[in-house]
Ligand binder design. Structure first.
Ligand code: ATP
Ligand code: MG
Length: 411
């Protein structure tokens, strides 16, 4: 330290760089990468089995399969195909030589570019410049024959290619064996988001065989919870997270049904947690970490927090009671709500509303997506407890706004 608090520049730099590589929460950054392929998919056993059934003949020398996978954004289409190709090669090793290539048609959106990419992936030294489509396909055929391997071609986001170049290439790939002795040289997996399907793709699906069409559903909160849990287990330092905070993250991502959203929220929470580390803070993920930091001004000047402004005053009291508890705890029971509502009513010197009215308020909060509820069965399914949480708002911020609004009503 120098006079006037001036520090030697190198000292300043070193301290701000301290965070790099510190990783007190994140043990393995790769796990948070969207392109990282997990060791196994969680909660997709049914659809995995369905996909495998389309390739049941692959263990035979002449067997091949086809599948079209469609579903909403982040429903795990790409990772389903990736893990399938990885696992089937292991499963058949020693039995049949299976290779796979995946082309993302967003980056290679003409049929010419797609075939060039396939050839390049199989044989990086292959010259493709100046070759016609016919010549490229001939090269591909020769290559596969020479290697005596079965090739699974995955065309991801295939709608891009279909729109630019039509579906000719698909049929040429499916007919790749026609002028040769063997059969079953190639399998094809097409992937597209459900919402971008158009007439062309619908025709493609029927040509690929309607029974080969796998429709994937968006993830439920439970599905997202399993995915976020897997990432936390594999990527975070033990003791820096709890199953409760993972559940809250899954509930926040819930409306999207998008696995990427859940992973992104977890990663952002980890970053915020790492950022506030200075040796004195909580070194595990806390509720505030899963919310965008809100500007203090927003609480008073208006933001999406306005959704509470037209609630009846007593509903505000109930919600305030919830905010207080949910500031430090991920979820609470309806019993907790009534208890804390009693405390808040006393504080504001008002008479409590009936049990039924409180129940009605809780339903209203859920309709407005202020809270999320989950019914858990306990003791062998006889008892049922409702757990309430607030994944879309920072309870502290909502609480401040409620206190401000309540002043107008009761003070
Ligand atoms: N069942 C799962 N188990 C583990 N990780 C998953 C699962 N489903 C999805 N993921 C992960 O979530 C992220 C998004 O999945 P993926 O990229 O496969 O979605 P997608 O349906 O292909 O999305 P898009 O329509 O945007 O292409 C990836 O990082 C993926 O590894
Ligand atoms: Mg994808």
């Amino acid at each position: 330290m120098f006079k006037n608090g001036w520090r030697k520049p190198s000292v300043v730099m070193a301290s701000y760089l301290d965070r790099i590589g510190a990783g007190s929460v994140l043990a393995d950054p790769e796990v948070m990468d969207f392109d990282w392929t997990p060791p196994e998919l969680v909660g997709r056993e049914m659809v995995q089995r369905e996909l495998a059934s389309k390739f049941a003949t692959l263990s035979h020398p002449e067997g091949a399969g086809r599948a079209v996978i469609t579903g909403p954004v982040g429903s795990g289409k790409t990772v389903l195909a990736d893990t399938f190709c990885r696992d089937i090669q292991r499963h058949l090793s020693g039995k049949r030589n299976v290779r796979s290539v995946k082309v993302n048609c967003r980056n290679a959106s003409t049929s010419m570019r797609v075939v060039q990419r396939i050839l390049h992936l199989l044989d990086p030294g292959h010259p493709d410049r100046g070759l016609s489509m016919g010549e490229l396909l001939l090269s591909l055929r020769r290559l596969l024959r020479r290697e005596a391997s079965h090739l699974i071609v995955v065309l991801d986001e295939v709608d891009h290619m279909l729109r630019r170049s039509g579906d000719d290439l698909l049929y040429q790939l499916l007919r790749i064996d026609e002028d040769q002795e063997g059969k079953g040289t190639m399998s094809l997996i097409l992937i597209s988001q459900e919402q971008v399907l158009d007439v062309l793709e619908t025709a493609v699906i029927s040509r690929m065989g309607a029974t080969n069409h796998l429709r994937i559903k968006p993830y439920t909160v439970d599905g997202l919870e399993a995915i976020a849990l897997q990432r936390a287990q594999l990527g975070l330092v033990t003791g820096t997270w709890t199953p409760e905070i993972i559940r809250l993250i899954a509930e926040k991502a819930g409306p999207s049904g998008d696995a990427r959203k859940a992973i992104e929220l977890l990663n952002a929470a980890v970053e915020r947690c790492e950022f506030r580390q200075d040796g004195h803070n909580e070194s595990h993920l806390i509720i505030e970490d899963i919310h965008e930091p809100t500007n203090a001004a927003i609480v008073t000047t208006g933001s999406n927090l306005e959704v509470i402004d037209d609630l009846p005053p007593h509903a505000m009291l109930v919600l305030l009671a919830m905010c207080r508890r949910l500031t430090n705890q991920e979820s609470m029971t309806t019993g907790d709500v009534e208890q804390l509502y009693a405390v808040v009513s006393e504080e504001y010197e008002v008479k409590m509303k009936s049990h039924t009215t409180v129940w009605k308020y809780l339903k209203e909060f859920e309709t407005r997506q202020l809270t999320v509820s989950r019914v858990a069965t306990i003791g062998g399914g006889r008892g049922r407890t409702t757990h309430l949480s607030m994944p879309h708002f920072l309870p502290k911020d909502l609480g401040s706004r409620l206190e401000m609004m309540l002043k107008k009503h009761f003070r």
